[in-house]
Write a protein that binds this ligand. Structure first.
Ligand code: HXC
Length: 259
């Protein structure tokens, strides 16, 4: 499928999805949220891809939802727009692929919400991150009130959402919002390095780990443990579990089939 506001690059198990509206600092209009949704649905069925990297073209990751687009929406249209982003970001979060956000610049409002739907966030020292919606007279609307407290804790999420304060990459790392901060010129190298490290491991073990963590967070701990034990058991139906354990005992490097 051809996308107007996304650039897609595929390279041996890794797909890079670049949000491409640099004149508006990659702000998300409904056309773009719908494209993100379709792109992730398409990638979900692509067996050649195991890791997806999301980044932004130019100096911004995503500077939020498109304020010019949102300005005159009525309540029903605004709700629909919010849902278009929620659906797109849920498609990312629920993807069986591992998704890494490469935060190359502004990740504000909907941009921060997009990053939080990913499994891992790596930021350049130039990244600026926050949920400034209250300064525009609105609440976060692409999942921020739900994902932010789950990621950094209720107290910090409330502080940053109520104040609309924008933080730098180092502060974001300190509060656990991003995994790592690197100099801008090393951002893609770092992210690709992490993607390749993940790809070295048994594919279904990684996938089931994601499923256990994400599904487990939606339910009580006892049910979460049940999900974990079921997925742990399922690993024993794979070639890679046999190969992984045999290679350890034979003191050699594993050659996983599902790579
Ligand atoms: C529409 C945007 C935009 C946005 C930037 N632009 N952010 N357009 N929506 N979110 C446009 C500017 O209007 C400008 O267009 C061009 O991009 C460059 O932006 P500048 O402001 O000139 O750049 P700079 O001085 O570097 O400032 C960068 C910035 C600032 C700090 C990121 O642009 C900014 O504060 N943007 C808004 C950030 C924000 O509030 N995001 C949250 C949105 S609400 P022109 O045509 O003048 O060149 C949200 C809700 C999500 O995300 C949920 C919805 C349901």
């Amino acid at each position: 499928m051809k996308y107007k506001n996304l650039i897609i690059e595929t390279n041996d198990k890794i797909c890079i999805v670049k949000i491409n509206r640099p004149k508006a600092l990659n702000a998300l209009n409904v056309e773009t949220t719908v494209e993100i949704y379709h792109c992730f649905k398409e990638l979900e069925n692509d067996d050649n891809i195991d890791v997806i990297i999301i980044t932004g073209e130019g100096k911004s990751f995503v500077a939020g939802a498109d304020i010019s687009y949102m300005k005159n929406l009525n309540a029903v249209e605004a709700k629909e727009f919010g849902l278009s982003g929620i659906n797109a970001f849920n498609a990312i979060e629920n993807s069986k692929k591992i998704v890494i956000a490469a935060l190359n610049g502004f990740a504000l409002g909907g941009g921060c919400e997009l990053a939080m739907a990913c499994d891992i966030r790596i930021a350049s020292t130039k990244a600026k991150i926050g949920q400034p919606e209250v300064t525009l007279g609105i609440t976060p609307g692409f999942g921020g009130t739900q994902r932010f407290p789950r990621l950094v804790g209720v107290a910090k999420a409330k502080e940053l959402i109520y104040t609309g304060k924008i933080i730098d990459a180092q502060e974001a790392e300190r509060i656990g919002l991003v995994n790592k901060v690197v100099e801008p010129e090393f951002l893609m190298e770092e992210v690709l390095g992490m993607a390749n490290k993940i790809l070295e491991n048994a594919k279904f073990a990684v996938r089931y780990s994601k499923e256990a963590i994400d599904k487990g967070l939606q339910v009580d701990k006892t049910t979460g443990m049940y999900i974990e034990s079921s997925l742990f058991g399922l690993c024993f139906s794979t070639y890679d579990q046999k190969e992984g354990m045999l290679s350890f005992l034979e003191k050699r490097k594993a050659t996983f089939k599902s790579k």
